[in-house]
Design a protein. Structure first.
Length: 68
């Protein structure tokens, strides 16, 4: 009886697995568009007013360098 029930449910479970795989591959194949340059770091986070510095996170003055 259990084998009969498993055989009855297999197409539904397999179909759900195929549909999930299809949707996941569509999501993973989308191009990535970063909002900002990932190599730069925010050294001075500011408050919501945009001017008041909250902290200095790095002691070094970091400047972006072109890739070689």
């Amino acid at each position: 009886m259990g084998l009969l029930a498993a055989g009855y449910c297999f197409p539904y479970a397999g179909g759900l697995g195929l549909a999930a795989n299809h949707e996941a591959s569509k999501f993973l194949d989308q191009p990535v568009q970063p909002d900002r340059d990932p190599t730069t770091a925010e050294d001075h986070p500011v408050r919501a007013d945009g001017h008041t510095v909250i902290a200095e996170l790095f002691q070094e003055d970091r400047q972006p360098r072109p890739a070689q």
